[in-house]
Design a protein around this ligand. Structure first.
Ligand SMILES: NC(=O)c1ccc[n+]([C@@H]2O[C@H](COP(=O)([O-])OP(=O)(O)OC[C@H]3O[C@@H](n4cnc5c(N)ncnc54)[C@H](OP(=O)(O)O)[C@@H]3O)[C@@H](O)[C@H]2O)c1
Length: 340
């Protein structure tokens, strides 16, 4: 085993899409844990659209990554050395361990995971932060009710694919779950394999017109992952009392000329509707509840988890991140760092 720990650090604050010059690569000796510390050999990293926001100066719902710091990332791996009473060598763990091969930690925010129940990358997606986001965004913020017509954007992505499936599980016929995604393959996947009732390919179809067809009685819950034009289109189709969940706005994260806001927001007035932002971290105390429910649905075959794992280790991180903004992933995008 190499004694070097390779890392990716933030070198610049991007304008638009992150450029190669926004990253620097460093090498350090693999850390040695002091008292109360552990070292994790990272096997997989989570790639998240939110990373683009963390690269900007100024805090939002979480502090910005400082220039020169190791890029923040959720990761899973195996404890390779431990002086921490709560962790033994060989334990598998999840934590915000950063874009690097080996992470030193004091155990704060690190949780044990069980690779015999699900593959490690699933703990970055459906059984991790993205699954929690789908669950609480839909059920708590979206106040999903039986019979609701639900629309999910980014529907073939990590959060969207789980949100749509939970909506199918929780609503009953004649409820409809409609996914909006880019491209034929993604639309086929969410309908034929995940059980969405309909899919709209926003790259080739008129979203407003397609919604008139698929949601003739209006949309009760809109779970929005993308913002921009698609949010505006869905706002024109709200049913009375609709709930719009602002989970994210990936279409706007690289905007250089200001974020496009919804010009059709007066539909909220007409429909007596609400539009509410949600941040998954607010539900940390209830993650156990969501994990148990999602794991149960997976065991029963009601919910499919898909991970899109790319190889290449930490040096592939800059290009892998861009896949999210080019729509090249289906399901949860994960970067393999080293063998477990
Ligand atoms: N609020 C929270 O606590 C929280 C937590 C986690 C994630 N999120 C948000 O949830 C959303 C989904 O995240 P994820 O991790 O599941 O990513 P993801 O959906 O797996 O990947 C991003 C997807 O966004 C779509 N996309 C990219 N550019 C787009 C554009 N210009 N217009 C429309 N769609 C575009 C692409 O799919 P297509 O091929 O379909 O375009 C791409 O595959 C993001 O907005 C993220 O920030 C929020």
């Amino acid at each position: 085993m190499s004694s070097t720990n390779r890392q990716v650090r933030l070198a610049g604050r991007p304008s638009g899409l992150p450029a190669p010059s926004d990253w620097s690569f460093t090498e350090e000796p693999i850390p040695v844990p002091g008292e109360g510390e552990l070292v994790v050999a990272i096997s997989h990293l989570s790639l998240d659209p939110a990373m683009r926001g963390w690269m900007n100066a100024g805090a939002s719902y979480i502090e910005a990554v400082e220039l020169g710091d190791i890029m923040r990332a959720g990761a899973v791996g195996r404890v390779s050395a431990s002086e921490h009473p709560g962790f033994a060598v060989g334990d598998h763990v999840y934590g915000a361990l950063g874009v690097q091969e080996h992470a030193l930690s004091d155990g704060n925010g690190v949780i044990k995971i069980d690779p015999s129940l699900a593959p490690l990358p699933t703990y970055l997606g459906t059984l991790g932060m993205t699954g929690m986001t789908a669950y609480f965004g839909l059920l708590d913020t979206g106040k999903l009710e039986e019979g609701d017509t639900v629309v999910v954007s980014g529907a073939a992505g990590a959060v969207g694919s789980v949100a749509g499936q939970i909506a199918k599980i929780k609503t009953r016929s004649p409820a409809r779950v409609i996914g909006i995604a880019g491209g034929t393959e993604k639309c086929r996947w969410i309908v034929e394999e995940l059980g969405f009732d309909a899919a709209i390919d926003y790259k080739t179809q008129d979203v407003r017109r397609a919604l008139r067809e698929h949601a003739p009685n209006g949309v009760d819950v809109y779970f929005d992952n993308v913002g921009g034009e698609i949010l505006d289109a869905v706002l024109t189709r709200l049913a009375r009392g609709a709930r719009v969940v602002i989970c994210g706005a990936v279409s706007q994260y690289n905007a250089t000329e200001g974020v496009r806001g919804p010009s059709n927001y007066l539909s909220l007035l007409v429909a007596r509707a609400s539009m509410t932002g949600m941040v998954v971290f607010d539900y940390a105390a209830r993650y156990g509840e969501a994990m148990a429910a999602i794991a149960g649905w997976m065991r029963e075959g009601l919910l499919i988890s898909r991970e899109d794992v790319v190889d290449g280790g930490v040096s592939a991180f800059p290009d892998a991140l861009l896949k999210l903004f080019a729509g090249e992933n289906i399901g949860k995008l994960v970067l393999r760092i080293q063998n477990d």
